[in-house]
Design a protein around this ligand. Structure first.
Ligand SMILES: CC(C)(COP(=O)(O)OP(=O)(O)OC[C@H]1O[C@@H](n2cnc3c(N)ncnc32)[C@H](O)[C@@H]1OP(=O)(O)O)[C@@H](O)C(=O)NCCC(=O)NCCS
Length: 388
């Protein structure tokens, strides 16, 4: 064996360059889409506070804002909503592929696969002109809820419910999942969810999408990368894990001991902590109120009581605030989404931001290619297999 202790540092371009594990604090893109203001716990889309949008806008209008940099006129909004509604149905061949996927697959794995499948059925998949990209972005935003709901219905052994063009995006999503329309409060809650998750600076999945498209790959490949990245527990799947934890706690009086025990085992409490928001996630503030309202409406405060006690304990003992995935988990639960589908609902919202970022990257592209600081051995030699 050669002497692997010999570790000469290679004199390459990366020697001496700054290294930031996890790219923390590194500014890797310019964007006009959203401002994530960690210091002041604020989030803006195109300069408008998410709180104003969640209270007064709807998801279609928010997508228009993100993609076009301005709020639409009444006529522009109507036409935009019609365009999205027309793209909601999924080709029957795509549904045939969906039916081949094992029902035991995780819904996020299914969505990742089906995003890629959608690309193979789109004759414009590789077209790079802005109009074609806009059409593809509409298809992705429109078809995500249809695919998610179709897989849910298949898994439940129920008939797939076709989209209804007269419904809003949020109403239709709920309708295709449950087979009945939501009441006004439920629609508002789901709409607010979709608005509040639509974009968030250079989060991990958006970064993955931008990296993919920066190689001059296509929008479907980029969104497939993004879905795969959102699937991780430290990112989008935290909403599923947070709800599983809340359900396992089960009773408000058990909350503190449960968290104490988790922390003693040096485990992460899901739905807490954030790379940028260190005191408060503004989306969590909005979701706390929505969760309170929804739990009251459902006549059951259990999830809220547990959540409040977990939040207080985490703050009192660790000064770690909850993030977007904590209270929003209870909102999705009360809306009737199965817990393992939570992250797909997140994706149905974030696809608006992903496509906006992907197109922004295309408009002013440079290959995204950071360097790695090599720390392995040097001066090794190949040894023929019979001599090892
Ligand atoms: C989101 C997250 C990955 C941010 O991570 P980060 O910026 O790399 O921060 P770190 O993981 O370095 O955390 C800093 C400190 O806080 C602790 N911490 C952070 N989040 C924590 C959590 N959810 N539960 C317990 N401790 C946590 C870390 O253990 C670390 O403590 P240490 O300095 O004693 O080692 C992290 O907070 C986390 O894993 N949260 C749970 C998953 C989650 O909710 N993700 C959704 C994010 S929107």
């Amino acid at each position: 064996m050669s002497d692997s202790k010999t570790t000469t540092t290679p004199a390459d371009k990366t020697a001496g360059a700054d290294y930031s594990k996890g790219l923390e604090g590194v500014v890797a893109a310019e964007t006009s889409l959203s401002l994530v203001d960690g210091k002041n716990s604020r989030l803006f889309y195109r300069g408008i506070s998410i709180h104003e949008l969640a209270q007064q806008s709807n998801f279609a209008e928010t997508i228009y804002l993100l993609w076009n940099g301005k709020l639409p006129s009444a006529e522009e909004l109507l036409n935009f909503q019609k365009e999205i509604a027309a793209e909601r149905p999924v080709q029957k061949e795509v549904l045939e592929v969906l039916k081949c996927i094992p029902l035991s697959a995780h819904p996020m794995a299914v969505l990742r696969t089906m995003t890629s499948v959608l690309g193979t059925f789109d004759s414009e998949a590789d077209a790079r002109d802005p109009e074609a990209n806009r059409r593809k972005a509409i298809r992705l935003v429109a078809k995500f809820p249809t695919l998610i709901a179709a897989f849910y219905r298949l898994r439940e052994g129920k008939e797939i419910v076709a989209p209804q063009q007269s419904l809003s995006l949020a109403e239709d999503f709920y309708y295709m999942m449950q087979g009945r329309q939501p009441d006004m409060e439920m629609e508002r809650a789901l709409d607010a969810y979709l608005i509040l998750l639509a974009d968030h600076g250079l989060n991990a999945s958006t970064f993955a999408g931008r990296v993919t498209v920066a190689t001059q790959s296509d929008i479907y490949s980029a969104v497939t990368s993004a879905v795969g990245t959102l699937k991780g527990d430290l990112h989008g799947s935290a909403n599923q894990r947070a709800m599983e934890m809340i359900l396992e706690i089960g009773k408000p009086e058990k909350a503190e001991d449960y968290i104490k025990n988790l922390l003693a085992q040096k485990k992460k409490v899901m739905g807490f902590g954030h790379r940028i928001y260190k005191t408060q996630d503004p989306r969590a503030v909005a979701f706390r109120k929505i969760a309170e309202d929804m739990c009251k409406k459902a006549g059951d405060d259990t999830w809220m009581d547990i959540s409040n006690r977990v939040e207080k304990y985490m703050w009192d003992t660790k000064q770690i605030p909850c993030n977007v995935d904590f209270f929003s988990a209870s909102v999705l639960y009360v809306l009737g989404f199965p817990v393992d589908f939570f992250t797909t609902v997140f994706a149905a919202s974030r696809v608006a931001g992903w496509t906006a970022h992907i197109i922004e990257q295309m408009l002013d592209n440079r290959l995204i290619r950071p360097a790695a600081a090599y720390k392995g051995p040097m001066d090794q030699h190949y040894i023929p297999v019979e001599k090892r």
